[in-house]
Design a protein around this ligand. Structure first.
Ligand code: MTE
Length: 391
């Protein structure tokens, strides 16, 4: 111990030599020491040009914004780097004037920038019946939160003279081979929240996330955020397309399916400490996590370290934005004994995130979509953290 720490006593090379020149990486990349933090496919899911998913490494992120290179990916037919000069957006249906917009046309229009989360309806979908995956990346990593820039769809529909009386729905269609088509109720568009977006986190969308144009539908499950958006049709009833009649329906305990359950209800998860991590020693830890609601702002997050017997209110870090991720933190002194960490969020409608017991009473265990149950992480004496379920 008397020797001292060489890392503080000896000058490292970076203190005694010239560094690399500016713009050595014209488009900056993370440190090579952060290489482990990557989007990953879940064990058992394959990397194919068809239906595939890669999860955001929530365990390694801070604050509320997901770096664009770590935004989760969900493709029904792979992704393409679409040439923006060849991309078009067509508006048709119950409008006075059908129109075709180029990207240049769209980018001349008045724009807005807004921070919102996007969560796949199937996020946490493997955990309906039992614990299935080891880490928060796989259990909850189909959520990301970004600043999106684009034009409110309402503005574009106004330009085309949409018939808002008869036309109570729109159909959004993507340009990829999956025929991704989703019905969006006109109320959402009239609220001004739905964007035809080209920007994400201050730059153009990444190809995997729909470059050059995607729909942003705040609060609604990811499938409606149609990527490579090429057509909007105004109509008088829902279309019941394959992705709303066969997929993205909720199987209920009585065997019937629920359709058009699009809003992502209030949910939260502790991201550190979380499954697969190791606590080094007893003592102080900052418990940190994310909370969100498709119905507005998160108003409160409570945290339990004893499996739901006692709850303490966590600090909500600013900004707390509507239909965006809110970061929460709370102090914890670990006594070295087994513990179960949980977070429970509430939103401005008064809705409180359910336990697995409460959720399964209504929804059963056979569903895929819209699992927003309270997540539990078990800490054992060795400091290992693992995924468990508490009713
Ligand atoms: N849009 C098109 N055109 N094709 C797709 O496969 N996937 C949808 C949606 N929009 C998809 C799409 C699904 S299921 C989700 S969850 C989100 O995009 C995922 O968006 P991301 O890949 O940017 O995370």
């Amino acid at each position: 111990a008397g020797e001292g720490d060489p890392a503080i006593l000896n000058l490292p090379p970076w203190s005694t030599s010239l560094g690399q020149p500016v713009a050595a990486n014209p488009y900056g990349m993370p440190s090579k020491y952060e290489r482990g933090l990557q989007r990953r496919e879940s064990p058992g899911l394959t990397r194919v040009g068809g239906s595939s998913v890669a999860f955001t490494p929530l365990q390694g992120l801070f604050g509320i914004i997901t770096p664009s290179g770590l935004h989760f990916e969900r493709h029904h037919q792979g992704w393409h780097d679409v040439d923006p000069s060849k991309h078009r957006l067509m508006i048709n249906g119950l409008v006075k004037t059908n129109a075709v917009f180029t990207m240049d046309d769209i980018m001349r229009l008045p724009s807005v920038s807004r921070i919102h989360f996007i969560e796949c309806g199937a996020n946490t979908g493997m955990e309906w019946g039992n614990v299935a995956v080891p880490t928060v990346q796989y259990s909850h990593g189909m959520i990301s939160c970004s600043e999106f820039t684009g034009v409110p769809l309402k503005e574009i529909l106004d330009m085309c003279g949409a018939d808002y009386k008869k036309g109570r729905f729109v159909l959004a269609e993507g340009a990829d081979g999956s025929s991704m088509t989703r019905t969006i109720p006109m109320e959402l568009i009239e609220s001004g929240e739905v964007l035809v977006a080209y920007g994400m986190n201050g730059e153009m969308l990444r190809p995997e996330n729909g470059y050059p144009l995607r729909l942003v539908v705040p609060g609604v499950q990811g499938v409606s955020w149609v990527k490579w958006l090429r057509r909007i049709e105004v109509g008088d009833k829902p279309w019941a397309t394959k992705d709303e009649a066969v997929h993205y329906v909720d199987l209920m305990p009585d065997g019937l399916h629920r359709q058009y359950t699009s809003i992502q209800e209030c949910k939260s998860v502790i991201t550190t400490p979380s499954g697969g991590q190791l606590l080094l020693d007893k003592g102080f830890y900052n418990i940190s996590g994310m909370a969100w609601s498709g119905r507005g702002k998160v108003t409160r997050v409570d945290v339990s370290t004893d499996g739901g017997i006692n709850w303490r209110q966590a600090r909500l870090e600013t900004p707390v934005l509507s239909k965006a991720v809110t970061r929460f933190n709370i102090d914890w002194v670990w006594d070295g004994k087994p513990a179960i960490l949980q977070s429970r969020a509430a939103d401005e409608t008064g809705y409180v995130q359910p336990s697995y017991g409460q959720l399964r009473k209504v929804r059963g265990t056979k569903s895929i979509y819209h699992n927003n149950a309270i997540q539990s992480w078990k800490v054992v004496e060795s400091g290992e953290v693992s995924n468990v379920q508490v009713l």
